[in-house]
Design a protein around this ligand. Structure first.
Ligand code: MEV
Length: 331
């Protein structure tokens, strides 16, 4: 049985697209319940699902063994026994801190439900996508998956200051409250260093660091910066946001997830930004920068000269079904 809802039987091929994300404030600390602000970005993943004799992902029949996200998504849908031909094409660089796994899991989980009519239960899909990502990764918060489901600006654990309530995501006794924050209408730039990194390893290393005697006060500082950052975005105060991005970066450095390549990109960006920081798990991966208005192109050039792959990004809509034409998304 695919999907939770009774109704007409699902039809295939079926397709969905979902956005990647960049974390503006609060990565790592969100895993321990601190506030976070995340933006869904217009780098997206599209997945097409067909029924087939045997299961494969992008023509790889070994993917069930090698790709845990693929395996866990099928398991969560109760669809491991059937055969699926799955194609995924993405503009989100992998292992770059930009939410490639969340975008895949979210788009795939929706596409697996087939092309049947019916409204999309976003709270249910947010919980399912987080369950899948957490089962595959073993650690983490629902920030990435919920942002991929919701689109736009999203807060976690921020209380009423964080916007209108969307849903609550649970893992055992843990819970994260997800809200829709207002969009200030700014351009952001993200830049991938070219150094892939593992979210699970970075999260575990930070957990060890936060066990130290100053861990509690560090966590409080993370929470304070994220709360102030969420407030500054809500007030549409870019200068304050820029300063707070810098403070968040100092904390991330303190817990050991920056990297010389990341610091080099932040230096290269500095003359053209109001503020910048690493985004995502760190130890490589990407940065996010708030450009000085009018200097977005200069910023992208500076980052490219420093060896990064840079993108000007705008907010993306959340996951949605795409009409499956029968053609592969890559063609
Ligand atoms: C990863 O994109 C962000 C982390 O906070 C982990 C998580 O929240 O799942 C490092």
């Amino acid at each position: 049985m695919i999907g939770p809802a009774p109704g007409p039987p699902p039809r295939y091929p079926s397709s969905a697209r979902a956005p990647g994300k960049c974390i503006l404030f609060g990565e790592h600390a969100v895993v321990r319940g601190a506030p976070e602000l995340v933006l869904a970005i217009d780098l997206e993943t599209q997945v097409v699902v067909r029924t087939a004799e045997r299961t494969q992902l992008n023509a790889d029949p070994g993917a069930l063994e090698t790709n845990r996200y693929f395996h866990e998504a099928l398991a969560a849908a109760g669809a491991l026994e059937a055969g699926w031909d799955v194609r995924s094409v993405s503009r989100v660089p992998r292992a770059a801190g930009l939410g490639s796994s969340a975008a895949f899991v979210t788009a795939f989980s929706l596409a697996l439900r087939g092309d049947a009519a019916g409204s999309l239960d976003r709270p249910e899909l947010a919980q399912r996508s987080f369950d899948v990502e957490r089962a595959a990764q073993g650690v983490g918060s629902p920030g990435d998956t919920s942002t991929s489901v919701a689109g736009g600006y999203v807060t976690l654990n921020a209380g009423p200051e964080g916007g209108e309530p969307l849903w609550t995501v649970r893992a055992g006794p843990e819970r994260w409250e997800v809200r829709r924050a207002t969009d200030p209408g700014w351009a952001w730039v993200v830049a991938y260093s070219g150094l892939p990194r593992s979210t699970a390893e970075a999260v575990k290393a930070v957990a060890v660091r936060l066990e130290q005697p100053d861990g509690r006060s560090l966590l409080e500082e993370f929470a304070g910066v994220a709360r102030d950052g969420i407030d500054a975005v809500r007030r549409e105060d870019p200068e304050a946001v820029g300063r707070l991005l810098g403070r968040n970066q100092r904390l991330l450095r303190e817990v050991g997830v920056s990297h010389p390549r990341i610091e080099a990109l932040l230096d290269a960006a500095a003359p053209a930004v109001l503020g910048a920081k690493l985004t995502g798990a760190g130890r490589g991966g990407s940065i996010v920068a708030l450009p000085v208005p009018g200097r977005e192109v200069e910023l992208v050039r500076r980052l490219a000269r420093a060896g990064a792959v840079a993108y000007t990004v705008r907010p993306s809509a959340g996951v949605e079904r795409v009409a499956a034409t029968g053609a592969d998304p890559a063609t």
